[in-house]
Design a protein around this ligand. Structure first.
Ligand code: C2O
Length: 431
């Protein structure tokens, strides 16, 4: 259900005066996208690239060039950012409807659409500096070392800088609260870190056999989104958006769909969201999340790194083609990208902790037991139930619940890093 590009209209985006339509060229043709046979690219954690001056210079130069492109160029930095507004703030109606907006959040579309958005963005940046290995870094907020705002985006003289942020959070090493919803968590830093790790663990634990819980519920052509239908990964990711954006006004940039991608940290944040998805897939032995055609055939349009308007499907981005022989501590792989952390550094994938920590057979192995799916009695009921269990201390409810409610559930306590590292398997797939 790609939009009809000829029918972009005013968006519900007051922060942008409701305008975010791209320039439209009726003579432009849409081609099928073929994945380029270039080498797998390695994405690295933002907190570990901060001393890699050569890389940072490239990254900044690429973004600078993107910002300097003519305003109407489809690769222009703000045109790229507007794509997010078009697909999130009602700038298009779905084909064959005149009032159902195209919306890439709140459903199973969330992860595949954003994966493509990053894919093209990254390749365009690479093209601008003539580097076909270029990658955007990931904001490694699932590990203690990555739970502050990445320093590489803080330099006010850099093209990666954005003044429209909540300065209380992005400066001075404040700890990101993955349940943030515009109320600061009074807990100590170490307690917030513990809560974050717990939240991620529970998300993986309860959603391993329930793809909709992790990814979002189905939405089909002609249907309006249901905001409560978002997956838990999206819920977690929302907190970082709110935490980075300004606390007032339209919550620019990161806190509002229409402006979020105007902050370079957006792509860094989503790079980790995408990595979380790949970790999830790996845990499930890479079995497809939804065999449903409506998901697999979901179709999106983008301008690729050759300025060609292309059509892509969710299913094209799913197959892991080969593992990367790099010297990574852990890595996960899909069609074009590998995520990597340097060997010897703290295990970034705290989410995997539950694999060891839980006594549940469902998550005791690298993949689901053969009968994993059948164990769930009443699928919808199981999703709702698990959603509740993860959210019992989710945003908006936690403040009312004494933290003590969490205690005593030993299996949900994050393990110490040292323990988490052991026995996790040293295979390249990592899980
Ligand atoms: Cu399209 Cu992080 O949102």
């Amino acid at each position: 259900m790609p939009p009809d590009l000829s029918k972009c209209h005013d968006a519900k985006a007051p922060a942008l005066h409701d305008h975010c339509c791209p320039p439209y060229d009726p003579s432009e043709t849409i081609s099928e996208y073929g994945f380029p046979a270039t080498p797998l690219r390695v994405r690295r954690p933002a907190h570990l690239v901060k001393d890699d001056q050569e890389y940072l210079d490239k990254y900044k130069e690429a973004v600078r060039r993107m910002k300097n492109l003519p305003a109407e160029h489809p690769w222009n930095y703000y045109q790229q950012a507007n794509i997010h507004c078009q697909y999130c703030n009602d700038a298009y109606y779905q084909q064959n409807t005149d009032d159902v907006p195209v919306q890439v959040h709140f459903s199973w579309i969330f992860l595949p659409w954003h994966r493509y958005y990053l894919h093209f963005y990254e390749r365009i940046l690479g093209k601008l500096i003539d580097d076909d290995t270029f990658t955007i870094p990931f904001w490694n907020w699932d590990t203690k070392e990555g739970m502050t705002f990445p320093a590489i985006f803080q330099d006010a003289s850099s093209p990666l800088y954005d003044p429209k942020r909540d300065q209380r959070h992005v400066k001075d090493g404040a700890i990101l609260d993955l349940k943030y919803a515009y109320t600061d968590n009074p807990a100590s830093d170490s307690e917030i870190i513990r809560e974050n790790l717990c939240f991620i663990q529970k998300t993986f634990k309860y959603s391993l056999s329930l793809a909709e819980l992790f990814m979002g519920d189905p939405v089909r052509a002609g249907e309006k989104e249901i905001q409560e239908a978002n997956g838990q990964l999206e819920v977690i990711h929302n907190a970082a958006h709110m935490w980075v954006g300004e606390p007032d006004g339209y919550k620019e940039d990161m806190g509002d769909f229409s402006t979020a991608a105007r902050d370079s940290v957006f792509y860094c944040h989503h790079s980790n969201v995408d990595r979380m998805w790949d970790i999830y897939r790996n845990l499930r032995g890479n079995q497809v999340e939804f065999e449903d055609k409506d998901w697999l055939d979901s179709t999106f349009l983008f301008h690729d790194e050759n300025e060609q308007l292309v059509k892509v499907k969710a299913s094209q981005m799913l197959s892991p083609i080969y593992t990367h022989p790099c010297k990574c501590k852990r890595n996960v792989v899909y069609t074009t990208v590998v995520y990597c952390a340097d060997r010897g550094l703290p295990q970034p994938d705290q989410a995997s902790v539950h694999v060891r920590a839980s006594s549940s057979p469902m998550v005791g192995q690298n993949q689901l037991p053969e009968d994993g799916r059948d164990e769930v009695q009443g699928h919808d009921g199981a999703v709702a139930d698990a959603r509740r269990r993860i959210r019992d201390d989710a945003p908006g409810t936690r403040r009312e619940q004494p933290a003590a409610g969490d205690r005593g559930k030993a299996e949900e306590e994050p393990q110490e890093e040292g323990e988490a590292r052991e026995g996790g398997g040293d295979s390249d797939q990592g899980y």
